[in-house]
Design a protein around this ligand. Structure first.
Ligand SMILES: Nc1ncnc2c1ncn2[C@@H]1O[C@H](COP(=O)(O)OP(=O)(O)OP(=O)(O)O)[C@@H](O)[C@H]1O
Ligand SMILES: [Mg+2]
Length: 247
């Protein structure tokens, strides 16, 4: 479903990704762990198409298309979703407006008809309820004044509404309280665990992986994948750290 080969990318002329290769099949959940500054978020941004991140070598194929040729909105329309490590605040735009625009733009690109205000609100309320988020938060400006954990939960509501094929979730577990961690973990499984979907889960800790069990775990260090294994690799890393295992 997603095939990354020998990916090199730089920011302001500084190489960050240095020959990263990774293949994700439909139906799989892959966890990516690795030291601070290794390039995990950079990988997410490059896949999402964030400006300023220059790919200097390598290729990324998503569902048979050259992903790097597509504009960010085309990547979203193709089914890619990026959950941010630091979700952005958008003053002046309500969550409902933002999500309805996003969903209807994607529906239009798939030649599906737009949802009316009422239809959309029903869907959004339902998703908020499933993630135990107060529906009143849908009316507030996107993420403005939300607590750290509320922002992360809001991202999962967004994911539930747009229903992507492939989600890259960057430290979705950070800042969540113990109950929220379970709710978000269950949400990821409910929304994304399906034979035709896949997830790249960037995390520092085993705790989210207790809920969303990965099929594969990779270590990203110094811009490339240095080690891959099964779910047990995350336990081993937690016990022993990166120095021994993935240097
Ligand atoms: N605009 C920039 N200019 C220069 N260096 C940058 C810029 N943006 C990111 N970097 C550097 O790129 C490297 C990789 O950053 P990235 O955010 O991808 O790391 P990460 O693996 O996600 O780390 P963390 O676990 O702390 O989230 C870091 O050394 C960072 O300082
Ligand atoms: Mg990061």
């Amino acid at each position: 479903m997603l095939v990354i080969e020998n990916l090199h990318a730089e920011i302001d002329g500084k190489p960050i990704l240095k020959g990263l290769s990774l293949s994700v099949n439909a139906g799989e959940v892959h966890a990516i762990m690795g030291p601070n500054g290794a390039g995990k978020s950079t990988l997410g941004y490059v896949l999402g198409g964030r400006p300023g991140y220059e790919v200097t070598d390598g290729s990324v194929t998503f569902a048979g298309q050259d992903l790097l040729e597509l504009a960010p909105h085309e990547r979203a329309a193709a089914g890619l979703f990026l959950g941010f490590q630091y979700p952005v605040e958008i003053p002046g735009v309500s969550n409902v407006q933002f999500l309805r625009e996003a969903l209807n733009a994607q529906r239009a690109s798939r030649e599906e008809k737009a949802l009316s205000g009422a239809e959309f609100l029903k869907l959004a309320r339902e998703e908020a309820r499933k993630l135990d988020m107060d529906a009143e938060m849908l009316k507030r400006p996107v993420n403005v004044g939300f607590s750290g954990g509320e922002k992360k939960r809001n991202e999962m509501v967004q994911m539930g509404i747009v229903n992507p094929k492939f989600a890259i979730l960057d430290e979705t577990d950070s800042g969540l309280d113990i109950d929220a961690l379970r709710i978000v973990g269950d949400g990821i499984n409910r929304i994304m665990r399906a034979p035709e979907k896949a997830v790249l889960l960037i995390t520092h800790y085993q705790r989210l992986l207790d809920y969303v069990q990965p099929d594969f775990v990779h270590v990203l260090a110094d811009g490339r994948i240095t080690r891959s294994g099964g779910a047990e690799l995350a336990h081993q890393l937690e016990r022993e750290g990166y120095a021994e295992i993935a240097a």
